[in-house]
Write a protein that binds this ligand. Structure first.
Ligand code: COA
Length: 368
């Protein structure tokens, strides 16, 4: 059975930064309160012309470059987002088209902030089954579009950004070692975005009632998160036959520093074994785990052969953890691949295919 190794990683955040002081100009709050209760100092916010697909494309191309893989080698793309571009088409298909992943099947996976754990596990399972060799997993968000900037309960928390992993099959031991996935729909009400779906299709009333905004029972989510985070990490470690002592790094979902501190206490692990960057990005939902991982690698914290626990929780309710042995790019003799160069051809190909479809449409109308 092949193993599923994480061989590429990339992140991209929009440039504009919104500080706590900036938010204090919008709602009654202040920097000290936000830092005390959440650990967040600032977050990045997408510009008008930035979307989950555009942020996801940048992160994906960087991940492909690290793995030295051309987009055409991808067999599967799973995009996970709490703020997808549309209900359909899947954001994954937009990314597939624009990076030129011509042979990849692409779909979206919705599990709120736990999405990246679930999606990475699904990609790893597909690789282990032998049905695919190369997968791209992308977590990408412009949640700022769904935040009510008059609601101080939620608007202080979220930020925009994207992160991506490449997973590759290899007979070498290591890679993804174990994973656990959990859900409890009885807690669905605690964190929601109700508008625009089949139950509340967009109408003047749904907009008036703010159903197109994230709604959250902060205390309930806090209680849930502190209960499940450490537990899920331990479960995944047990499954891999490891203990907390065997692990070099925990990469937690970056929602709130106090939640991460509670998980550290539960696991009896020092906080400096946790990769933490919630202070600079806020909660970027599905993108938070890959963004923290990329920074961990860039700072020289995460190294080859390290054992890492990725652990997350979110709306649904959902939660899960995944244990991996960090591999790094698989050594190859092939020339350095510049996935960025594929972008031009991907755009050209997309344009030509649209043109052909248009022309086909003209002819088929005549035939009818
Ligand atoms: N600025 C200043 N005061 C605020 C505030 C803000 N942004 N938001 C709430 N307050 C006030 C409340 O009105 C309340 O005042 P009161 O005591 O006079 O009624 C007081 O601060 C305490 O509010 P409370 O809701 O108890 O705060 P809290 O300690 O639970 O912190 C959250 C609120 C949202 C930061 C916290 O509950 C949390 O992080 N929950 C988890 C959210 C999360 O991670 N969601 C994403 C999951 S993926």
């Amino acid at each position: 059975m092949p193993n599923a190794h994480i061989t590429g990683w990339g992140m991209h955040v929009p440039e504009p930064v919104l500080t706590n002081d900036d938010i204090a100009k919008l709602v009654e709050t202040n920097d000290e309160w936000i830092r005390d209760r959440t650990g967040i100092r600032e977050r990045h916010i997408a510009r008008e012309n930035e979307f989950p697909s555009t942020l996801g494309i940048e992160a994906s191309l960087k991940a492909l470059e690290v793995a030295n893989m051309a987009p055409t080698e991808l067999d599967l793309i799973i995009c996970t987002s709490s703020s997808p571009e549309y209900i359909f088409p899947a954001t994954a298909c937009l990314i597939q088209d624009q990076i030129g992943a011509t042979k990849a099947g692409a779909f979206d996976l919705l599990a709120a902030c736990t999405g990246f754990i679930f999606a990475t596990n699904m990609a790893a399972q597909a690789i282990r089954s032998g049905s695919i060799k190369n997968a791209l997993v992308v977590g990408t968000e412009t949640l700022s579009r769904f935040v009510n900037w008059k609601d101080r309960n939620t608007c202080i928390l979220f930020g925009d950004g994207a992160g991506a992993f490449i997973l590759q099959a290899s007979e070498k031991p290591g890679g993804v070692l174990s994973a656990v996935m959990h859900s409890d729909g009885s807690g669905a009400d605690s964190l929601t975005l109700l508008g625009g779906g089949a139950r509340y299709p967009a109408t003047e009333t749904t907009v008036h009632e703010g159903k197109h905004f994230v709604q959250m029972d902060g205390k309930a989510v806090f209680r849930f998160a502190t209960r499940v985070m450490g537990h899920a990490a331990k479960e995944a470690l047990d499954l891999a036959g490891l203990t907390a002592n065997d692990v070099q790094w925990i990469v937690p979902h970056q929602a709130n520093l106090r939640i991460i501190e509670t998980a550290a206490k539960y696991l009896k692990m020092p906080l400096d074994k946790f990769i933490i960057n919630v202070d600079r990005y806020g909660n970027t939902s599905t993108a938070s785990i890959p963004i923290a991982t990329v920074e961990g690698v860039q700072k020289g914290q995460i190294k080859v052969d390290d054992k890492i626990v990725f652990v997350g929780f979110g709306g649904g309710l959902t939660w899960g953890a995944l244990v991996a042995e960090w591999t790094g790019p698989i050594p190859t003799t092939k020339k350095h691949v510049h996935p960025e160069q594929y972008r031009f051809f991907a755009r050209l190909r997309s344009f030509v295919r649209r043109a052909i479809r248009f022309i086909e449409g003209l002819f088929s109308r005549k035939e009818l």
